[in-house]
Ligand binder design. Sequence first.
Ligand SMILES: Cc1cc2nc3c(=O)[nH]c(=O)nc-3n(C[C@H](O)[C@H](O)[C@H](O)COP(=O)(O)O)c2cc1C
Length: 176
Amino acid sequence: MKRSKLNIKHLELRPFYAWEHEWFLLTAGNMEKNDFNTMTVAWGSIGCMWNKPFVQAVVRPSRHTLEFMDKYDTFTLCRFPKEYKKALSYLGSTSGRDVPDKHVKAGLTPIKVPSIDAPGFDEADLILACKKIYWQDMDETHFLDDKIITKYPGETDFHRIYFGEIVHCEVVTGNW
Ligand SMILES: Cc1cc2nc3c(=O)[nH]c(=O)nc-3n(C[C@H](O)[C@H](O)[C@H](O)COP(=O)(O)O)c2cc1C
């Protein structure tokens, strides 16, 4: 798809709809080394932190993607047109541990993204290129709403939180 660079200050996004209903692909690793992994995410945020445009992504320790998030400095968040929902469902229910290059099975094409090592995908209509600036593990003793723990039934792999500074943004030309 033909995309253009966009000044992040001009990005128009319905963040609640995007996260909850459109979902994103979170991809960490190094494109040139062909060492990366991707997974679907629907929990997170986008905004401003320390005067930087940033995203927050949360990854459970059980995800293969976590190893790449920790090993490498950059990641991407990609959003896709509706017709890729099935691909995103697949990438959100299959682990790269079991199916290396699962993105190929999902029909997605990794592409180089300016400023960072992690790839984006050619089929995406929005690519946010991020540089990791903070991480922290969730602490269950800080959950202040009793309902939160029900999101982890019988599990203790609480999410690891990552902040990424958005260093580059690309959108499909014509959609914005
Ligand atoms: C719609 C949807 C949203 C998801 N959101 C998250 C998320 O925000 N954080 C997370 O850790 N896992 C999330 N998952 C689960 C991972 O995408 C899934 O476990 C994936 O298979 C992990 O792949 P990996 O082992 O290759 O990293 C989500 C799955 C789906 C289908």
